[in-house]
Ligand binder design. Structure first.
Ligand SMILES: Nc1nc2c(ncn2[C@@H]2O[C@H](COP(=O)(O)OP(=O)(O)OP(=O)(O)O)[C@@H](O)[C@H]2O)c(=O)[nH]1
Ligand SMILES: [Mg+2]
Length: 429
């Protein structure tokens, strides 16, 4: 399929001393292109204190870009930074070849559009595209006005938001945005109801979070045989998946895998996926998965931590899972992380979701974190104290009652307070 791949020219500007960071970001942009089914034909980057207001790159570089696009027969141009609608128009006008210019966020949204499977995921992507992409699709609207939605990969930059034609006027875009927001609200309320039903089961919830491609889905598959698509692509997972996992000692946990994080993810994109991210963030414990084989794992972890804070998940008990230890090159960095973690009291484990190494330790740690302040007990309640069963039904979790001649045998999970109160009945824990 190599010959059908679209050819992209990537562009970036960076300030003095910013070259290294820009390179890292560009390498990631290359991977995003690959995920979207494009190959990178050339990279145009320029050191500038400030991006040009009109065309980001300086005029000489724009000429070079135009020349490259023509000679390489490029199909699209992707800027690593955010572009305004007028910058896109100016750039498209300056490039001789009749090809679209898009930015990193538009590319990410294209990938999201391809990977969204659930109704909620699709609605979220369409809404984000209408809000972000549609005002930017100006100059080259002609070719970009195809129908969107479930198109196959490789159509990057050639897709409009959702099923909306780009020619539709602003009023209709506004109406569609309002309708989508309403629909999403309804879906989110449903999710809320499902969430509170699950809450009542009292099973601790574990959110699997981390940078894209860290191995979150692979880890959930290894633990539960969930059969989730895990691949060497960015944003393989868009919709959250929850699976119950029973630890070898019998504790039940609900594990949720969700969309990964990436650097330079605009805040409004995060907001668009807020309700699915909440699924992971509103859990009792977080498993923060890190690709320890990636030379950038430290900065990726910083990005993840920052985004988690933005989502209001700071301070939650977090288990740092250093994954892909089977192919980890930088052992020294790992040793450093381990000693740093032990000094700061952070919980860390080193695993390979692929080979299963370290998974036993991970489960032990996870269980003790998730069950902290919770006691799985068996109670024997004499018939004359039968009234306490009301309290247990109301406040304990995972309750099973067995009515016997000599009293009521009850298995359940108690929090610290209830545990202290019912201590006299406990026969086993
Ligand atoms: N060698 C090795 N590869 C792994 C390991 N865990 C995951 N991978 C590979 O890493 C790639 C990404 O794994 P995923 O599980 O899809 O990663 P993810 O975090 O769910 O990624 P997104 O859903 O895209 O955010 C896949 O090709 C996996 O096979 C591991 O422990 N060792
Ligand atoms: Mg995944």
């Amino acid at each position: 399929m190599e010959e059908t791949k679209k050819k992209a020219v990537l562009c970036a500007v960076f300030p003095q001393n910013g070259e290294e960071e820009s390179d890292i970001s560009l390498r990631e942009l290359e991977r995003l292109c690959d995920t979207a089914g494009c190959s990178v034909a050339a990279i145009v980057s320029q050191c500038r204190e400030k991006p040009d207001v009109r065309t980001v790159l300086g005029s000489g570089k724009v000429q070079e870009l135009s020349f490259l696009c023509s000679t390489l027969e490029a199909d699209l141009v992707v800027f690593d930074c955010e572009l305004s609608p007028s910058q896109i128009k100016a750039l498209e006008d300056s490039i001789t070849a009749d090809i679209p210019v898009i930015d990193r966020s538009m590319l990410i949204l294209d990938i999201f559009a391809d990977h969204a499977r659930t109704l909620e995921g699709r609605l979220q992507v369409e809404l984000a595209q209408l809000k972000y992409t549609s005002p930017r699709l100006v100059g080259k609207g002609k070719e970009l006005s195809r129908q969107g939605g479930a198109s196959s990969s490789g159509s990057v930059g050639a897709r409009g938001p959702g099923e909306t034609k780009l020619e539709i006027d602003r009023r209709r875009v506004r109406e569609r945005i309002a309708a989508l927001e309403e629909e999403l609200d309804r879906v989110a309320r449903n999710r809320q109801v499902m969430r509170s039903q699950r809450d009542r089961s009292g099973i601790p919830k574990v959110g699997i979070v981390g940078y894209t491609n860290a191995g979150k889905s692979t880890l959930l598959n290894t633990l539960t045989g969930a059969g989730i698509l895990a691949e060497n692509k960015l944003f393989a997972t868009l919709d959250p998946t929850t699976r119950q996992y029973v630890t070898p000692s019998g504790a039940k946990l609900l594990l949720t895998d969700t969309v990964g994080f990436i650097r330079n993810l605009p805040t409004h994109l995060i907001k668009a996926f807020r309700s699915t991210l909440d699924e992971a963030v509103l859990s009792d414990v977080l498993m923060l998965v890190i690709d320890a084989s990636d030379p950038e794992f430290i900065s990726q972890t910083a990005v993840t931590a920052e985004l988690l804070e933005e989502l209001g998940a700071q301070g939650k008990p977090t288990l740092y899972v250093f994954n892909k230890c089977d192919i980890c090159a930088d052992r020294d960095a790992l040793v450093q992380m381990r000693s740093l973690a032990s000094r700061s009291g952070t919980e860390v484990v080193f695993v390979s979701a692929k080979t299963g190494a370290g998974i036993g330790t991970l489960v032990e740690k996870l269980e003790s974190m998730a069950m902290a302040g919770r006691h799985r007990v068996t109670l024997m309640i004499p018939p004359e104290d039968g009234a306490v069963t009301g309290l247990i039904y109301k406040e304990a979790d995972d309750v099973e009652m067995e009515y016997r001649e000599d009293g009521i045998l009850c298995r359940c999970i108690l929090d610290d307070r209830l545990y202290a109160r019912l201590k006299q009945y406990i026969t086993e824990e």
